[in-house]
Design a protein around this ligand. Structure first.
Ligand SMILES: Nc1ncnc2c1ncn2[C@@H]1O[C@H](COP(=O)(O)OP(=O)(O)OP(=O)(O)O)[C@@H](O)[C@H]1O
Length: 314
């Protein structure tokens, strides 16, 4: 869907991105992560030509992006950034309608789309449509920013630290929301973050960058279990590796299905990391587990969790 072929970008003679080759597949959730100044945002902005590349080729749907009209290209790609960039003198509905209006959608279709998106992002349309950005919390503003990026149903969603500067609870809620949207709409998403947990939670594919280059790319599990070098190993943190791996596995994979115990059950689709917190909270050794319909489906043992962790650390 998007291919970087030996791409470089220079600012005042310094390479911000060096000889970068990367393929982003259709429908994939790709997360760019790395040290500060490693070239993540520059890479993202080259995709919608907010920054023009100096060397190499970038193709979108098989075509070099320079051959597109930059504005037309941007309308095919939603863009959401940390600072939100909502227009302060426009209300929520007007903000969301920006691109559909540029595309000259009929009014009724725009109005319906605004309601649909507010609903998708968990904002009551009647309550929020007419509000101005200063009448919204930071988390609500970020939601409207994401709704605006999705408005014209773009083929690609580009997000630069879209959940930055949010409290952990709102951040987690928005992360869940974007995963839901990704699963629902199957859109290609490229997201830049500093946050390792966020990358592990969201990515189909993680691209680890340093000094304008890709150090390693792969699934979260590949990067955690097979770091390409010391930088990758250090970046994801040796000491917490076991705990991080737990966040990638679900309770359902570690169940003893033939057992049954009484007690307040946990859901089978929780991550093992969330289950670990529950063991600690409840100070217990075993937890009953139910499936998505609430039917008991087995027991999770703390010892299995720890054993699994040791096994993966070897
Ligand atoms: N418009 C610009 N003019 C000059 N230098 C720039 C410009 N944009 C980026 N750079 C430089 O290019 C390098 C890569 O910047 P970029 O913003 O892509 O990094 P990043 O990985 O996104 O960093 P951060 O995580 O801190 O946002 C940095 O050294 C930065 O100072």
């Amino acid at each position: 869907m998007i291919e970087f072929d030996h791409v470089s970008k220079y600012f005042q003679g310094e390479a911000a991105v060096k000889d970068l080759s990367l393929t982003i597949r259709e429908g994939e959730f790709t997360v760019l992560i790395g040290t500060s100044g490693s070239g993540k945002s520059t890479t993202l902005k080259m995709i919608n030509r907010l920054v023009e590349h100096d060397e190499g080729r970038i193709r979108f749907a098989g075509e070099e992006i320079r051959n597109f009209d930059a504005k037309a290209l941007r309308r095919r790609m939603g863009y959401a950034i940390q600072s939100i960039g909502l227009f302060p003198h426009w209300n929520v509905a007007q903000n969301i309608a920006t691109v559909p209006q540029l595309l000259k959608w009929p009014k009724a279709r725009i109005e319906a789309r605004i309601d649909e998106l507010l609903d998708l992002l968990g904002l009551e349309a009647a309550q929020f449509r007419e509000r101005y950005p200063h009448q919204l919390s930071g988390g609500q503003q970020q939601r409207v920013g994401v709704a605006r990026a999705l408005a014209a149903d773009p083929e690609v969603l580009l997000m630069d630290e879209p959940f930055g500067a949010l409290d952990p609870v709102t951040r987690a809620a928005l992360q869940q929301e974007i995963v839901r949207i990704h699963n629902l709409l199957g859109r290609t998403i490229v997201l830049v973050t500093h946050d390792i947990e966020e990358a592990l939670r969201l990515a189909d594919r993680i691209v680890l960058m340093d000094g304008g280059q890709i150090i390693q790319q792969g699934t979260p599990l590949e990067l955690l279990t097979n770091p390409a070098n010391d930088f990758a190993r250090d970046f994801f943190g040796r000491s917490e590796l076991g705990v991080r791996l737990l966040s990638l596995r679900q309770v359902v994979n570690s169940l003893r299905v033939d057992e049954h115990i009484e007690g307040e059950p946990i859901k089978a689709d929780l991550s093992l990391r969330e289950a670990l917190s529950l063991f600690v909270d409840r100070q217990c050794q075993q937890l009953p587990v139910v499936d998505e319909k609430g039917v008991p489906c087995g027991v999770l043992h703390f010892s299995d969790l720890v054993r699994g962790e040791h096994a993966t650390n070897r």
